[in-house]
Ligand binder design. Structure first.
Ligand code: B12
Ligand code: SF4
Length: 479
């Protein structure tokens, strides 16, 4: 928990400073992860950029932050002491159940606060939060919306027609549409929490690591993907000069770029490289990007490497043409193979993201295991193909939508239907086995040794193994 917000003079587009008497006391919560879900904390602790964006636009109020990822205290107990007038929740589908329960408990306090919801899940499926305990759900241009609403509250005016949000009127939520955010008008976030405790945030061995977001939405149209539905289904990017100003202010050596696909155009990537050089910025970047761009632009990838892009996360998804076509992925198995070679040649760390399908036979798992070994994939993550509410896949298969409220089940590992050719236990054992393969490869051990020395390799191997075991136990207990 942090002290009430202090003034930082370079945040832009902020409302005029208000009379202190009129400040609101606001508790901003990022919910804890459900006990049943997998915590990546040992390897990944991402800077909570969404909390810092909220800090940036609301910092004239008396703000208290509770980041459930690093602080497991109960928000209701904290609210009892603080008596905030407003509580804000940022939400993913996995935390929706917890948020709704917490909201119900907050409304039973002696001084019940107003409760507003935002974040990725609210952006696409706001209706999951339309309950009597919630006072507003923000789904488009969320930052501008919350500034408008808090201003109205301070002035004692009604706020229930603010665009980009839904508010209850006579017990029924009324939706007020808004175009998505205009990235060129977004405030530059103040990396307040990072600068306070830089050592707290890391992406594997990139430590300390900051997070930035240079664009919103994705140009890809993969059927299973939630990201392509975000930002009103459109893609919008911040001006690169503005991004550079943000990077120049960050004090830590590593930065993860949280764009769903950073590699959207050659022109934008060249601008990034030129500005990094011109401004003499020396940072290491981790970027999320698509295979097709990497394969079609090895020269730009080489420039990006020189500009500091040291690691890429690439959605390989599947290793067969048929499966890639079925999900409307714009890359081929050959593209994925080339990505491995290009990254190896340029000494870029590759984190390959794969999916496993509940319809798979044992032979499909074996094929993927063989692929990982023969292509020496150094780092990989595996998700179970999941039908997320709000996606194209959900529209195609409405019968697979949740009939329960255990939203924590959407951790991208759990099964939502019985596997077609094996038991659930066998499916999870295969998943566990796949997770163990990349860490045992010589290429990944060598990378860890370069970073940590031999004791680091041993420590990491133990951590990976026991974390894998924790995954397996949790998956088997809460199948
Ligand atoms: C980076 C990332 C992570 C990081 C953590 C990031 C973080 N800051 O905590 C890591 C790798 C740890 C991670 C883990 C997981 N993630 Co993730 N992640 C992402 C990714 C790629 C980017 C997120 C991002 O851009 N954050 C930056 C902030 C600035 O953006 P933002 O949260 O959208 O916030 C903006 C607005 O929404 C607004 N806002 C946010 N909160 C609030 C609240 C209020 C009140 C208001 C007014 C405004 C507001 O402020 C910001 C201004 O732009 C997204 C994809 C995406 N496009 O969102 C997936 C995504 C959010 N993750 C997802 C999932 C499922 C997970 C996991 C469950 C996966 C797993 N295997 O366990 C875990 C759960 C972790 C958790 N905390 O619960 C899904 C969520 C789907 C859903 N329906 O909710 C996404 C959309 C990916 C996908 N394709 O499905 N993730
Ligand atoms: S899987 Fe990747 S490329 Fe496809 S829509 Fe999602 S973020 Fe975009």
């Amino acid at each position: 928990m942090m002290e009430p917000g202090q003034n930082v003079d370079h945040a832009r587009d902020l409302p005029e400073k208000r009379d202190k008497e009129k400040w609101l006391r606001i508790l901003v919560c990022k919910p804890r992860l459900a006990i049943q879900t997998i915590r990546l904390n040992k390897f990944i602790r991402c800077e909570p950029l969404e909390l810092e964006y909220l800090y940036t636009v609301l910092k004239d109020h008396e703000l208290f932050f509770l980041d459930g990822i690093t602080d497991r205290r109960n928000p209701v107990r904290i609210a009892k002491k603080l008596k905030p007038q407003v509580v804000l929740f940022t939400t993913l589908i996995t935390t929706a159940t917890d948020v709704l329960k917490t909201a119900a408990a907050l409304k039973k306090l002696d001084h019940p606060p107003l409760i507003f919801i935002g974040g990725p899940h609210a952006e696409v499926v706001p209706e999951h939060f339309f309950t009597p305990d919630i006072d507003g759900v923000f789904f488009a241009n969320q930052l501008e919306g919350i500034v408008r609403v808090t201003d109205c509250i301070v002035r004692g005016e009604p706020y229930d027609s603010v665009a980009g949000a839904a508010f209850p009127v006579n017990g029924k939520f009324v939706i007020h549409p808004s175009p998505p955010v205009d990235p060129s008008k977004m405030p530059r976030p103040v990396h307040y929490l990072l600068e306070k405790s830089p050592a707290r945030y890391n992406i594997i061995y990139y430590k300390p690591c900051a997070a930035i977001k240079t664009s919103f939405g994705c140009t890809g149209k993969c059927t299973f993907c939630f990201c392509t539905e975000m930002n009103g289904g459109l893609f919008g990017a911040r001006p690169m000069e503005d991004v550079m100003d943000e990077i120049a202010e960050i004090s830590v050596p590593h930065i993860i770029i949280l764009d769903d696909n950073f590699f959207t155009s050659g022109k934008r990537m060249r601008e990034f490289c030129d500005l990094i050089e011109k401004r003499k910025i020396k940072k290491e970047f981790i970027a999320i990007g698509n295979a097709r761009f990497i394969v079609q632009n090895p020269d730009i990838m080489s420039d990006l490497r020189k500009a500091g892009v040291k690691a890429v996360m690439v959605g390989f998804e599947f290793i067969t043409e048929e499966e890639l076509t079925a999900i409307d992925k714009d890359s081929t198995p050959e593209d994925n193979n080339r990505v491995i070679d290009i990254c190896r040649d340029l000494d870029i760390d590759l984190f390959a993201l794969f999916m496993v399908n509940p319809d798979w036979q044992h032979s499909d798992f074996k094929k993927l295991a063989l692929y990982l070994r023969s292509h020496k994939v150094p780092f990989a993550l595996f998700s179970t193909l999941t039908v997320f509410p709000g996606t194209k896949l959900a529209r195609l298969h409405p019968e697979l939508l949740p009939t329960h409220t255990k939203f924590w089940r959407y951790d991208l590992l759990r099964l939502h239907q019985k596997p077609r050719h094996m038991s659930s236990t066998m499916f999870y054992l295969w998943l566990f086995y796949l997770y163990m393969i990349p860490g045992m490869q010589f290429t990944s051990i060598r990378k860890f040794r370069q970073r940590y020395g031999i004791t680091g390799v041993i420590r990491h191997s133990f951590t990976s193994f026991f974390m894998g075991l924790e995954y397996l136990v949790k998956l088997l207990i809460w199948k």
